[in-house]
Design a protein around this ligand. Sequence first.
Ligand SMILES: Nc1ncnc2c1ncn2[C@@H]1O[C@H](COP(=O)(O)OP(=O)(O)O)[C@@H](O)[C@H]1O
Ligand SMILES: [Mg+2]
Length: 403
Amino acid sequence: MSGVVRLSIIDPNEATRNELKNMLIGVDMVWLEAECSRYEFFTEVVSQTKPDIALISLDANPEMALNLIAHVTRDLPSCNVIVVSSSQEGSLILKAMRNGAKEFLGFPLVLEDFLSALNRIQITSGKSEGEHNAPRSSQVITVAGVSGGVGCTSLAINLACCLASHDHNSVAVIDLDLALGDTDVWLDIIPDYTIQDVAENISRLDYSLLKRSLTKHACGAFLLPRPVQMDMSMQITTEVLRRIIALLRATFTHLVIDVSKSYNSLDLAAMELSDTVLLTAQLDLPCLRNVVRLSQFFDTNDHIAEKIKVVMNRLGLEDTQISVSKALETIGREIFCQIPNDYATMVESRNNGIPLVMQAPKAKLTRTIMGLAASVSGESASEQEDSVSRKKKSLFGFLNNSK
Ligand SMILES: Nc1ncnc2c1ncn2[C@@H]1O[C@H](COP(=O)(O)OP(=O)(O)O)[C@@H](O)[C@H]1O
Ligand SMILES: [Mg+2]
């Protein structure tokens, strides 16, 4: 998880201050530095405690609170002001922003809104240079397939673990193949909780409960697995999925979603909420036909079409009769990445429950997936490799599977 954000709060109204505090206490990346009940004392509190965030409630006295925003931002420019108010009046919002507030949130405060605000603010102040103290904006990558067994789970897991090998990344995998998902096998994890527990508790889900629901793998990636039992009556709505993704987005730098092959409403919602959709295929006729078929379908959905990137898996597979150039001609779109065929390495990794980046870091297969991780996250492949070699020094830490 990302580092701690230090926050001081001012709200003269004790009841609403406690309500805000109780919500913030559940967010364990937030360290409550100070609380204050008088607007006139808060500038002093801020200059002494130097928090990353000043949470200013406007409702008790908007005029004093607006002046306070100006004083805080003038005296401590590195402190980010988040304003909370039950009024959403345009002129009030405008004045708060003009006085230097970074975010204006409604009261009662909604956890996801607060986490998203933190995410946007992306504080880098107050700690040693180059240190990432706060959640950065998050990237969501869905791995979808054009046919069964094309390698979606192989890619989703290994992509996530490559991303997690980078020091500055925090990565979660969501297994959205609710019936047949097998991400837990690939990571050799026996989970305590699954996406079903999270969905059932979504209305009271806070950050620490969410964190407990995820199981951490030794490589650093967290997993939210599919439900333990097959249960057709279990319903995760797209709205619930949206909330889960919003909470995880605020917590992790990368989410990798392994969707089912049924293109149901949840799969499509995941794709819509993603920044990138890796459409995985192989060089055979059924796959190429389905790339075309699915492309036509996605073209009708603006929230998905532009995010699609085709990944051709298992290049060099012996009985493949179709060349890359022929495939390009057939599908009429670019191939974003070509992954070599290496069944022995991939299956050994799966059977041992050890991701490629740990099991076979030098293999061409692993290096290609490293490159894919770098290109989806906008980093150079060498940056990723540097990070892996640094992490290898602490390989024995992998024995400790604690959260
Ligand atoms: N690049 C690859 N080279 C060799 N075998 C692969 C590769 N990618 C996947 N596989 C194998 O293909 C099979 C199906 O992969 P899987 O990820 O479970 O597919 P999906 O999730 O699309 O159903 C697995 O046995 C896996 O080891
Ligand atoms: Mg799968």
